[in-house]
Design a protein around this ligand. Structure first.
Ligand code: G6P
Length: 609
C-alpha cells in the first residue's frame, strides 16, 4: 500500500528518498514520485507509473537534486494508476504533498476549490489537500499553520507530508489513521510511513501518535499534539539485527521467509519452564485480566484471520473457552452482542491494518473487558492501543503473501490457549505436553522443508490449471483456506477451500479432470470421513494431491499423488501442514513466472479501508 518518505538534511537527499522507496516496494504500489526543493528554491518533480526503477531511470536521465524532499509510492484508490495520479501533487508550483489514506469528503472540497479558481490535474482525493494548503499559504500562513488549518477540513484517514518553496528548509507532516514515524539523524531528520524505509540512515525513531503534527528541518524537530501543544514523544533506538531485510542467497523474500520459520517459531516461544508459561508474556496486566475472561472474540483480516480461525479450535477444545472469529471489515460495521467477560483479540502482522485498527477503536468497554493484540511489529498502532500485547518474533516480513507471520501467530495462540486453559480444563500434564510440542516445532518444520523438491515437482501439475479446490476438515479447514489464499494471491489461479463435508452441497458440481483437488489430510479423528470425501472427488475424474501423515494409509495411485508429511504432535499439524502448502503456492507461482513477492493489485499493509 502507499508509502511515504521525506528528508531534510544538509546533504543532497534524492538517493536517500529513492532508497527509502525501494525499501517500501514490498508493500505493493503502482506508481512512484518525488519532489525536491533545490538551492534556488525551485520545486523539482519526477513521477512515473510503474516501478521505483522507472523513477530511478528518470532521475538518472534528468537529475533533480536538493537537500529537502518528499517521496511516495502509490497504490491506487481514487483515480487509475498513472503518472498524473502519482504523488507528490503540486499546487501553484510552490507546494507539494504526499498522502497515504483516503480523504472521504474530497468531492465537496474539490467543488469548493474549483469555485475558488483552483485547477485539478489528477483524479485523486489527495489533490484537494495540496490546494487547501496553497490557499492557506497564499493567505499568509506559515507551512505549519497552513497544515493545521487544512486538516480541520479533512474527513477520512491520512498521513501527510508537505514542502513549500517559501519555507525551503522544512517538511511539515501529520497523521490521523495512517502511520508515520520520524527518523532522527545527526544534523538531519527523516519521515516515513514505515521505519524500514529509513534503516539505512538512522536507528533512532519517534512513533507519532494520532493527530500529531511534525515540523522538521535538518537541525530542528518539533512535534505538536492534536491540540496544537508542543509535546515530547519517546525516541526508540532499534537494533540492527531486528530487521535484516537482505535476500541473502534466496531468489525471493517469500522463499527466504518460508525457510526462516524454524528460527522464527523458536524465537516466538518465550523461555519458559517445563510446565507453564507466565501470564506476563502477554503484558504485566495479563494475569488480572485473564482471571476474568469468559469468552474470546478474535478479529483480523486476511491470513491473520485464518490464524484466528485455527485458534478457535484450540481455545474451545483445549482451553474450554467460547470463541468467535470474524473478519474486521464485517465486525466493525455490525451491531454486536458479546458474552459478559469477553476478551477482544486482534491479530495483525503489521499492526496497522485499517479495518482491524478500526475494529479495536470501535470496541467499547461495555462490550469487552480488555483487548489483546498479537502483532509482529513493535510500536505499531495496534500494539500501542491495546491493553495486552504479544509480539511474534517473525522478524521483518517482506513478501506480500504472509508466511512466517502466520505460523508465529499460531504459536502465540497456542500460548494463549495454554495460559487460559490452565484456568479451566487444561491439566498440568496437558500444559507440559503442549510446551514439549512447541519445543519440537522447529524440528518438525525443518523436516517439511526437506520436502521442498517433491513439492516443487507437484507444483508443475498446477501451472496450466485455472482453478483448484482445497479440502480440509476440522482444524485443517482453515489451513485449507490459507493454502488456497496463498495459491490465489501469488499464482493468480482461482482457488477455493471447502470443509470437505460441504462438498456435496455445491462444489462437487465443479469437479472434473481440469480441477486439481488438494486434500489436507493428517491422520486425525476425521480421517475416515475425509477419505470418503476424497473418493467422491476422485470418482469424478479429479486429479488429487493429498498431504497426509505417513501412517494415514494414503498411497500413490492413478490420479492420486500423496505427499507424506513428517510425524509430529497432533496440535502442531496445522502449522506443519501450512508450511507445505506455502511451498506449493510458491513453486506454482515461480513456475508460472508471476511476481511472487509483489503480486499484482495486492499490498502488504492495508492501511486504507
Ligand atoms: C494484506 C496482506 C496479507 C495480510 C492482510 C492482513 O492483505 O497482503 O498478507 O494477511 O493484509 O494484514 P495484517 O498486517 O493485519 O496481518
Amino acid at each position: 500500500m502507499c508509502g511515504i518518505v521525506a528528508a531534510t538534511a544538509r546533504r543532497e537527499v534524492s538517493e536517500i528518498l529513492l532508497e527509502g522507496l525501494r525499501r517500501l516496494e514490498y508493500r505493493g504500489y503502482d506508481s512512484a514520485g518525488m519532489a525536491l526543493i533545490d538551492n534556488e528554491r525551485n520545486l523539482l518533480l519526477h513521477k512515473r507509473q510503474g516501478k521505483v526503477a522507472e523513477l530511478e531511470q528518470a532521475q538518472q536521465l534528468e537529475p533533480k537534486l536538493g537537500c529537502i524532499g518528499i517521496a511516495h509510492t502509490r497504490w491506487a484508490t481514487h483515480g487509475v494508476p498513472s503518472a498524473a495520479n502519482a504523488h507528490p501533487h503540486l499546487s501553484g508550483e510552490r507546494v507539494a504533498v504526499v498522502h497515504n489514506g483516503i480523504i472521504e469528503n474530497h468531492g465537496l472540497l474539490r467543488e469548493e476549490l474549483q469555485a475558488d479558481g483552483y485547477e485539478f490535474f489528477s483524479g485523486t482525493d489527495t489533490e484537494v489537500v495540496v490546494h487547501l494548503l496553497h490557499r492557506q499559504l497564499a493567505g499568509g500562513d506559515s507551512l505549519l499553520q497552513a497544515m493545521q488549518a487544512t486538516v480541520q477540513r479533512l474527513q477520512g484517514a491520512y498521513a501527510l507530508a508537505a514542502v513549500d518553496t517559501a519555507h525551503p528548509d522544512e517538511v511539515v507532516a501529520t497523521r490521523a489513521g495512517s502511520p508515520l514515524v520520524v527518523g532522527v539523524g545527526i544534523g538531519e531528520n527523516f519521515l516515513a510511513s514505515d521505519q524500514l524505509a529509513l534503516r539505512q540512515v538512522t536507528d533512532r525513531f519517534i512513533y507519532l501518535e494520532e493527530g500529531d503534527m511534525v515540523q522538521m528541518s535538518a537541525t530542528s524537530l518539533r512535534i505538536l499534539d492534536v491540540s496544537g501543544a508542543p509535546v515530547a514523544r519517546d525516541m526508540k533506538r532499534l537494533s540492527a539485527a531486528a530487521e535484516s531485510t537482505g535476500l541473502g542467497d534466496y531468489e525471493h523474500y517469500m522463499l527466504k521467509e518460508i525457510y526462516e520459520q524454524p528460527r522464527a517459531l523458536a524465537a516466538t516461544v518465550p523461555a519458559v519452564g517445563a510446565h507453564d508459561i507466565a501470564d506476563d508474556v502477554f503484558g504485566s496486566a495479563a494475569a488480572a485480566i485473564f482471571d476474568q475472561v469468559q469468552a474470546i472474540q478474535i478479529v483480523a483480516c486476511g491470513t491473520s484471520y485464518h490464524a484466528g480461525m485455527v485458534a478457535r479450535y484450540w481455545l474451545e477444545d483445549l482451553a474450554g473457552i467460547p470463541c468467535a472469529v470474524e473478519v474486521a471489515s464485517e465486525f466493525r460495521y455490525r451491531k454486536r452482542v458479546q458474552h459478559p467477560g469477553t476478551l477482544l483479540v486482534t491479530v495483525s502482522q503489521s499492526g496497522e491494518t485499517a479495518d482491524t485498527l478500526a475494529a479495536l477503536r470501535d470496541a467499547t468497554d461495555d462490550e469487552f473487558i480488555a483487548s489483546l493484540v498479537i502483532a509482529n511489529v513493535d510500536h505499531s498502532s495496534l500494539v500501542r492501543e491495546s491493553d495486552l500485547v504479544f509480539l511474534t518474533q517473525a522478524g521483518a516480513e517482506i513478501g506480500v503473501a504472509s508466511t512466517k507471520a502466520f505460523t508465529t501467530q499460531l504459536v502465540a495462540f497456542l500460548m494463549l490457549t495454554l495460559v487460559l486453559g490452565r484456568r479451566r480444563r487444561l491439566s498440568a500434564q496437558g500444559a507440559a505436553e503442549l510446551l514439549a510440542a512447541l519445543h519440537e516445532l522447529p524440528d518438525c518444520v525443518e523436516q517439511v522443508l526437506l520436502l521442498d523438491e517433491a513439492i516443487e515437482q507437484m507444483a508443475s501439475q498446477f501451472i496450466l490449471k485455472h482453478h483448484a479446490l482445497f479440502l480440509g476438515r476440522g482444524i485443517q479447514y482453515p489451513i485449507a483456506l490459507e493454502g488456497a489464499l496463498k495459491l490465489k494471491e501469488i499464482s493468480y489461479i482461482h482457488a477455493e477451500a471447502y470443509p470437505a463435508g460441504e462438498l456435496k452441497h455445491g462444489p462437487l458440481a465443479l469437479v472434473d479432470a481440469d480441477m486439481p483437488v488438494v486434500a489436507v489430510a493428517p491422520g486425525d479423528e476425521l480421517m475416515e470421513k475425509l477419505k470418503s470425501n476424497i473418493e467422491e472427488v476422485r470418482s469424478r475424474g479429479a486429479e488429487l494431491y493429498v498431504f497426509a501423515d505417513r501412517d494415514a494409509g494414503f498411497v500413490d495411485e492413478p490420479r492420486v499423488h500423496v505427499l507424506q508429511m513428517p510425524m509430529c504432535a497432533e496440535v502442531l499439524k496445522p502449522i506443519v501442514y501450512t508450511v507445505a502448502l506455502q511451498l506449493l503456492a510458491y513453486h506454482v507461482a515461480v513456475q508460472k513466472g508471476t511476481d511472487v513477492d509483489k503480486p499484482r493489485n495486492l499490498a502488504k499493509s492495508v492501511t486504507v479501508e
